[in-house]
Design a binder for this molecule. Structure first.
Ligand code: T3D
Length: 262
């Protein structure tokens, strides 16, 4: 059988493709395990300086594979905390903690956990025909994979609650208008645009980009004073990096900088 996740590395960019197209790239344990391994590679390999997450076929991901979630009449219900604790939550923590930019290239429908995994990425590009659906409420669940935290921060509480309660599909263009994603682009431009973005980022001072990502995430829970302290400390670290030295030298010498990610 085909691998449930495909990976490809080139010029500092790791492209991860969810690959269960017949099931709209919905998540089973095997796909979780392959995705975790791919992200671990991104963590450990210094040569990888940006990541693209996308889906094969017509969907980005339809969230949890529901085919093994059917509760027999009079049977015991599944314990959903197990998959969330063992697979979804570690996945979301991995994406957030990775000190490298992760770009979601949302090639089609992103539903349930599939939507919230995309929205946890650092830059979200979507094809114009893609839709985001907080599908959970249709089957009696609530948004997981960080959705109840992420959505209100991205679009405000009014829109977040309505999206979660109504489970109405939000087209990519409207998602861009609402500030929920970075950009909606014509479908045919999606992969080239994501690839260009990722390659530009991979050539950038990626150590600094990692600090930017961590500082922004920390701001969600820090107060202003704590955040000023964090900026001081992180800037101290950035200021000792070879890429900062190269950036300043290149500016003064009026030439293009050559960053190494250190
Ligand atoms: O369980 C836990 O561990 C807790 C964690 C929960 C996390 C979650 O993500 S819960 C939410 C799960 N996801 C959903 O509820 C979404 C279900 N899917 C849909 O609503 C629709 O499929 C879409 C809106 C995503 C796409 O609609 P459409 O009309 O383009 O396609 P379709 O015809 O519905 O689906 C195509 C095929 O994919 C179809 O199979 P078939 O008939 O061709 O054999 C469909 O059953 C299958 N499919 C789609 N989504 C899932 C799925 N199979 C299993 N699980 C799915 N989530």
């Amino acid at each position: 059988a085909d691998a449930p996740v495909l990976t490809e590395v080139g010029e500092g960019v790791l492209t991860i493709t969810l690959n269960r197209p017949d099931k709209l790239n919905s998540f089973n344990v095997e796909m979780h395990e392959h995705l975790a391994a791919a992200l671990e590679k991104a963590e450990q390999d210094d040569a990888i300086r940006a990541v693209i997450l996308t889906g094969a076929g017509r969907a980005f991901s339809a969230g949890q594979d529901l085919s093994d979630r059917v509760t027999p009449k009079d049977g015991a219900p599944p314990d959903l905390t197990v998959t969330i604790e063992n697979y979804y939550n570690p996945l979301l923590r991995r994406i957030k903690a990775l000190p490298k930019p992760v770009i979601a290239a949302v090639n089609g429908v992103a539903a349930g956990a599939g939507a919230n995994i995309a929205l946890a990425c650092d830059i979200v590009l979507a094809g114009e025909s893609a839709k985001f659906i907080q599908a959970f409420s249709k089957i009696g669940l609530l948004p997981d994979s960080g959705g109840t935290w992420t959505l209100p921060r991205l679009v405000g509480m009014a829109r977040a609650k309505a999206l979660a309660l109504l489970a109405e599909p939000l087209p990519a263009v409207q998602a861009e208008e609402w500030g929920m994603i970075w950009k909606a682009v014509p479908d045919d431009d999606l992969i080239p645009a994501a690839s260009k973005l990722a390659h530009d980022l991979a050539r950038a001072p990626t150590y600094g980009l990692g600090l930017i990502k961590q500082a922004m995430e920390a701001a969600a829970t820090n107060d202003f004073d704590a955040q000023l302290d964090l900026e001081r400390d992180f800037q101290g670290r950035a200021g000792r990096s070879p890429d900062y030295a190269e950036g300043v030298r290149a500016f003064m010498e009026k030439r293009a900088a050559e960053f190494t990610g250190k």
